[in-house]
Design a binder for this molecule. Structure first.
Ligand code: ZN
Ligand code: ZN
Length: 93
């Protein structure tokens, strides 16, 4: 029996690496290749890489716990990692 860890698509582990790695890579919007964050052009297809690292893009797409940086699904009231109560700030950006 395999013990399978279930990761939500909303978790960084979905990408197969942790936050530390996500801060160091960019993902090509054209071909999906991961490139080191200091690159500007995709080594696979020559497309221009986004200015933001994968982590920064990810942060923009998801809320995070202010304490532990765990990525939070929409509507969560408590951080699933550290348990702090989260403010629900739906308004503004
Ligand atoms: Zn590419
Ligand atoms: Zn937390």
């Amino acid at each position: 029996m395999k013990a399978r860890t279930e990761f939500s698509i909303n978790s960084p582990e979905y990408y197969g690496f942790g936050i530390g790695i996500m801060k160091q890579i960019k993902v090509c919007p054209h071909c999906g290749a991961s490139e080191p964050s200091e690159r500007y052009i995709c080594g696979e297809c020559g497309a221009r890489l986004p200015a933001q690292t994968l982590f920064q893009q990810y942060q923009r797409m998801h809320r995070q716990c202010p304490v532990c940086d765990t990525v939070l699904a929409a509507g969560m009231k408590f951080c699933p990692h550290c348990g702090i109560k989260l403010k629900n700030e739906e308004s503004g950006e």
